[in-house]
Design a protein around this ligand. Sequence first.
Ligand code: ZN
Length: 297
Amino acid sequence: MSDPLLGHEPWIRLGLFVGILAVMATWEVAAPRRRRDISRLLRWTNNLGIVVIDTIVVRLTFPVLAVGLALIAEERGWGLMNVIGAPMWLAFIISVLALDLAIYLQHVMFHAVPALWRLHRMHHADLEFDVSTGLRFHPVEILLSMGLKLGVVAALGPPAVAVLVFEVLLNATSMFNHSNIRIPAQVDRALRLIVVTPDMHRVHHSIHPSETNSNFGFNLPWWDRLLGTYRAQPREGHEAMTIGIEQFRTIRDLWLDRMLIQPLHGSASGYPINRDRGDPPSTPLKGAKHESPVHPE
Ligand SMILES: [Zn+2]
């Protein structure tokens, strides 16, 4: 088997998590992108509390996680890559790309389907955008996400080391691209050709639904560009834009207990597919001559 890496899996995960968290937190103090208005102690205590709950829930729910399942699939010859006997380097590249595309599509679905948006909007209800936002996901979203990943792993049969690299990378890039850090514009422009940058992802945390429903990528920025969900900058600029969603805007909403029950509170309107659109479609449908006229924005 390929992998001294796999033998040290827990330490690699924990070490990179703590290391990148520390680097990003220091960077946020040294070169912040936006002014901070809410106490870091309050947000970080609650956002990191969610990480602890998520980790426990996912470990207790699944007998095997993505890397473990990939090892089983390798042994038993399950999944496309194992069936066709793809060379390691090719299987590695295809697997990382396929997993990243799956997570992108999952993210789009979490915005589109009302019941899924109820879960995912907890991530968007953070009133500031910093490294701890990148860790704040509802435990049920984490469970569904792991379920999807297990399905992809079973069907694809990726090398276990590719799954580990992908998961570590996703955790690292999520912390990086949620950070409240200032990166010079030219560097950001170059960086976002290969990775989702904080300025690119901050657009996704705008209070305006048209901006929230863009830039879904976490790792690779290519899916948004290829599939038409890319938006370069927020219309109000990075310093002036409002972070969060309309529904949950009090300090109390940032507490752990409130975050956990947010999916049950209020309606899921405003963002998903079947939202009541105040605005008409931007182009009239062919043949729909009797529809009301389109108003210019
Ligand atoms: Zn989102």
